[in-house]
Design a protein around this ligand. Structure first.
Ligand SMILES: [Zn+2]
Length: 305
């Protein structure tokens, strides 16, 4: 017995030490372009970043580790070509003097990811500080209160989501099920057509960048809204064309477009129904075509409006 004691004690000591020093950290996977800046300290070209002119309210988090770094209230226009902030969220940005002693690099204090440089004494704002940050080092999280939601069903939700997730002003899309009789439906249950759910895409959008009307036009332009009882080769109640409205304005807008389409000679079969509980679909259905690097087999864009 005795001879096993030492290895056992050593095992516990090692385990404890590991747990103290190696905090479990899960970083986001970075694209080659993100790696070049975040890991190898490259600089994106001025005026090319996603957030240079972003004026929405929200928080900028670290692309690699999601630590909140900057608030939109501290962002200002410096006309230097990169997002500029005159303050950081306390304790989340670390300053490191460059080797040449001229500039000060800024990195995420949590993961060490490169952000950009910080400059003092330029007089842009009263705080007299400019964090010059690469857009690609950050991810912007819009304040929830500014977002609006819409629910569109136009056949297989992979194809519906494909077009909305690429549309300007859309912040997030999720595929799921709406309008059925059961709680927490699975894809299998919905596929039987017995649960009454419709394959639906939830679209969260920034009303300062797009409108429900714009999204509605895209909806009609990316599926066959005249088809009854399914979409393309997908036949069944779960594939019907439905707009689930969340408020009266959306309802009126859909009614207006039904009329416009009829005036153009179409026979829209789209149902207009009040939004109900939205059940998020299984993970592998989310952003399906991007994951598979494919394009929809139906849901081909055609200009109508
Ligand atoms: Zn980080």
């Amino acid at each position: 017995m005795k001879k096993y004691l030492l290895p056992v004690i050593l095992f516990f000591v090692t385990q404890t030490a590991c747990n103290q020093t190696n905090k479990p950290m899960k970083y986001n996977k970075l694209t080659p372009d993100e790696q070049a800046v975040i890991l190898h300290k490259a600089t994106e070209r001025p005026y090319t970043g996603e957030y240079v002119d972003n004026k929405s309210e929200g928080t900028y988090v670290c692309k690699q580790c999601n630590t909140p770094l900057y608030e939109s209230k501290d962002k200002f226009d410096s006309h230097c070509g990169w997002p500029s902030f005159d303050d950081e969220i306390k304790g989340t940005v670390k300053r490191i003097p460059d080797a040449d002693g001229r500039r000060t690099e800024i990195v995420c204090a949590n993961c060490g990811g490169h952000l950009g440089h910080v400059f003092n004494g330029e007089g842009f704002t009263v705080k007299n500080t400019r964090h010059c940050v690469n857009s690609i080092s950050m991810k912007f999280i819009q304040n929830k209160k500014e977002m609006e939601k819409a629910y569109f069903a136009s056949g297989c939700f992979w194809g519906t989501e494909y077009h909305f997730m690429k549309s300007k002003g859309v912040l997030e899309t999720t595929v799921g099920y709406m309008g059925g009789k059961t709680m927490n439906p699975t894809y299998k249950e919905v596929c039987t057509g017995m649960s009454g759910h419709i394959e639906t895409t939830e679209v969260e959008f920034d009303p300062t960048m797009t409108t429900f009307e714009e999204l509605l036009k895209l909806y009609y332009e990316t599926h066959n809204f005249e088809q009854v009882g399914g979409q393309g080769p997908d036949i069944g109640e779960q594939y019907q064309s439905v707009v689930f409205y969340v408020n009266d304005e959306q309802k009126k807008m859909v009614e207006k477009y039904m009329k416009i389409l009829q005036d153009k000679g179409f026979k829209p079969a789209t149902q207009l129904r009040k939004a109900e509980e939205f059940w998020v679909a299984e993970d592998y259905h989310q952003e399906y075509y991007d994951k598979k690097h494919g394009t929809p087999y139906c849901h081909i864009y055609r200009k109508i409006f």
